[in-house]
Design a binder for this molecule. Structure first.
Ligand code: EPU
Length: 502
């Protein structure tokens, strides 16, 4: 059942242009034709090249209060990509205003989708998006290469496109630099469904007049694959007959994508277990859906409470999705209280070191390894944080060291010798550059725990996946501000900081 845009309570009725970045999302146009949109995106890209943004943090403030989680970034991205198979209109609520969502909307728009974006709530920039999508009945499945190289989730278009239009051509995806990110399981799964998959000069082409059900195993060397499961599962919904996927990823984002597809008329059974059974249907209709809350953002906010020895409640969450991080926070000595849709963390006494391993769900998410490494830096004693999903995901350690953390990498683990509550008690001003999304969050968290000023540059990484993190942290009492700087002149920040600290 499609919800009419006009009936959207709490939503303003403004239709916004689809934009590629947060700067562009402030441009307000009525459904721009392709040429206008392309020009707008070029303008935004050149603006982004000329300026960059940084967060300034004056640390050592105890965070307290309540903050709401945003809609899940990775869930929304998977749902947006798979929605291209819907023949009817699709309404998505609670979609976070983050860079990767803008990139995905750009990808869909280039594929011919009609998209209207509403901003919800009175606080405009801070509220979620409410999206209306109508995808084209026909297409050549040619995915914009520049956009798909900017993130991983765009690759989830491959299966849905070949299932719906019989052809997809997509560049190898980009995304955070967190170690090797192969796609052979995606391709093997689609081949098993009968697609002809070819690689040429950095592009994958998949063709099939009609996919057919198959038995597929998606178990990889580091467990299953989240986006691979979504890609293959989605394609199988329009295949002839029955598909069995073994070694399916259990992550809540996979379950959410399955629930969304079922709401459009797909027949996917077993989501949340390692075996999926999919009975192909002829077509998918339209529908209305709200993605699950962002468990990684929620956990990041809880860690912000813990790292500042504060007391923070995050609302609008699914607490069982946060089980592993709550266990880790308790192991570190924090008090954690679970409600129906909320989690509270409080730190009445110094934290102690902890040992964790990032693993596929229901294990601790790899996306929290970096934020928890920042937390370990303020705990007393030694912590060991191992990452079994992305064993090379440690680029953030350099920045954390600059901010005063005593951390070393040993193979697939970070070993942290924490020294008590505040990092870098001398109050030195320090500038660090973000290298990837979750690493950026870790640097911001460390900044909150430092005695001095911290500048975190290159926060475009952060903005890809966190919706105005600084506003949420400020609402909890953090002294944090966003500043724009010339991209080639980040050094100019230093005098600015010196002035602030004086
Ligand atoms: N792998 C293979 N072969 C494949 C695919 C994956 O060996 O064909 C391996 C990977 O190298 C890795 C492991 O399997 O060792 C898991 O990778 P997975 O495919 O599950 O990761 P992903 O689907 O590319 C998603 C999230 C990531 C999150 C991981 C793990 C999206 C868009 N991305 O990536 O999120 O870290 O699952 O949970 O859903 C983030 O949000 O910051 C982020 C990186």
């Amino acid at each position: 059942m499609l919800t009419a845009a006009g009936g959207a309570s709490g939503c303003d009725q403004e239709i916004l242009a689809i934009a590629h970045a947060s700067v562009a999302s402030r441009l307000r146009l009525w459904r721009p034709p392709n040429a206008v949109l392309a020009g707008m995106q070029r303008m935004v890209l050149s603006q982004m090249a000329a300026t960059t943004q940084a967060l300034e943090i004056r640390g050592s403030r105890r965070l307290t209060g309540t903050v709401a989680a945003s809609g899940g970034k990775n869930a929304a991205l998977a749902i947006l990509a798979t929605s291209i198979m819907a023949q009817g209109p699709v309404v998505l609520e609670g979609v976070p205003q983050v860079g990767d969502v803008h990139t995905m909307l750009g990808l869909l728009q280039r594929l011919g989708s009609q998209i209207a974006v509403h901003r919800c709530g009175s606080d405009g920039d801070l509220g979620p998006y409410w999206l209306h999508l109508q995808h084209p009945t026909d297409g050549d499945g040619q995915v914009d290469a520049d956009l798909v190289r900017q993130m991983r989730a765009g690759f989830c278009l491959l299966g849905p496109l070949v299932a719906r239009y019989g052809r997809a051509c997509i560049a190898m995806p980009g995304g955070c630099r967190i170690g090797p990110r192969p796609v052979e399981l995606h391709l093997a799964g689609l081949s098993a469904l009968g697609a002809k998959v070819e690689y040429h000069s950095g592009f994958i082409t998949a063709t099939a007049s009609k996919l057919r059900g198959a038995v597929i195993d998606l178990t990889g060397p580091c467990g299953s694959t989240v986006t691979g499961t979504i890609n293959v599962m989605a394609a199988a919904t329009l295949a002839t007959g029955r598909t069995i996927i073994r070694g399916a990823a259990l992550e809540p984002e996979v379950v959410d994508a399955a629930r969304f597809l079922n709401s459009l008329g797909a027949d996917i059974r077993g989501a949340g277990s390692s075996t999926l059974e999919i009975h192909g249907v002829d077509c998918l209709g339209g529908g209305s859906y709200r993605a699950i809350p962002d468990r990684v953002e929620a956990a990041t906010l809880l860690i912000a409470g813990a790292i500042t020895a504060g007391e923070v409640t995050v609302t609008g969450v699914t607490p069982r999705h946060l089980d592993a991080v709550c266990r880790t926070l308790r192991e570190a000595g924090a008090e954690v209280e679970l409600g129906l849709d909320r989690v509270t963390v409080a730190v009445p006494r110094p934290l102690n070191g902890f040992r964790v391993t990032a693993e596929p769900y229901p294990g601790l998410p790899t996306d929290l390894q970096a934020p928890l490494t920042a937390l370990a830096a303020v705990a007393q004693g030694r912590s060991v944080l191992r990452d079994r999903v992305f064993p090379h995901r440690f680029a953030h350690l350099t920045g954390l060291r600059q901010l005063g953390a005593r951390v070393a990498r040993h193979g697939d683990a970070a070993v942290v010798d924490g020294g008590g509550y505040a990092l870098d008690r001398q109050g030195v001003t320090q500038t660090v550059a973000a290298t990837d999304l979750r690493g950026a969050a870790a640097l911001v968290l460390a900044g909150l725990a430092r005695t001095g000023f911290t500048q975190v540059c290159d926060i475009a990484h952060l903005d890809r996946g966190y919706q105005h993190l600084e506003a949420k942290l400020a609402s909890l009492g953090a002294d944090i501000a966003r500043v724009a700087v010339a991209a080639d002149d980040t050094a100019r920040l230093m005098p600015l900081w010196a002035a602030r600290s004086a």
